[in-house]
Design a protein around this ligand. Sequence first.
Ligand code: HEM
Length: 165
Amino acid sequence: MKWSFVLCGMLWVGMMFAEMVEVNGIRFAYEVVSNEVIFTMEAPTTGWVAVGWGATARMKDADYLMGYVTNGNVGVVEDHFGVSVTGHRRDTELGGVDNFRLIEASESNGRTRLVIARLLNTKDTYDVVLALDKPIDIILAYGRFDNTSSKHVSIGKTKMILKRK
Ligand code: HEM
C-alpha cells in the first residue's frame, strides 16, 4: 500500500515535467529524456490509440505510433508509415523496423493508456526524425478495436514542441 502511494507520487511528479494536450478526448503527453521522447497516450476506448507526425497530405508520409492493450495490461505497440492519404502499413512490412519501446500499458473503465519511448532519430527510412525546439504537426486518433487495420472513430490535430529540460 505504502509503495503504491510512492509510485503514484513519482508518476505525478513525472507528469509535471511532461507537456500535455487533449484533443477530442485523446490525452497526449510528451517528454524528452536524453535522446528519446517518452509519449503517454490515453483515450476513451478499449481499442487502438495512435499518434502520427510528418504527414504531407492527410495521413500520407506520417510516422505512426499505434498501440492497444489486451487483458487489462498487455500492451502491443506497432510502428507504421503513411503510404497514402488514407492508408498506412507496418514499417516491418515495408522493409523497416519497429522502433518503439513499450514502458507501460493499462486498460480500465473503458480507457486505454500507453507509455512508449522512441529515439529522436532512429535512422529508419520509414520513420520521421523528431526535431527539437520547433512546432511539429501531429495527428491523433483512436479506434474501437484491438486491430490496427480498423478505422478510427475519432481523430484530432495539434502541434507539439519537443524541448530538452
Ligand atoms: C487502419 C487505420 C486507418 C484507416 C482505415 C484510416 C482511414 C482514413 C480515411 C478513409 C480518412 C478520410 C476521411 C474519413 O473518411 O474519415 C482518414 C482521415 C484521417 N485520418 Fe485516418 N485512418 C486510419 C488510421 C489513422 C491514424 C493511426 C491516424 C492518426 C494517428 C489517422 C488520422 C487521420 C486524420 C487526422 C485524418 C483527417 C485528415 C485530413 O482530412 O486532413 N488515421 N483516415
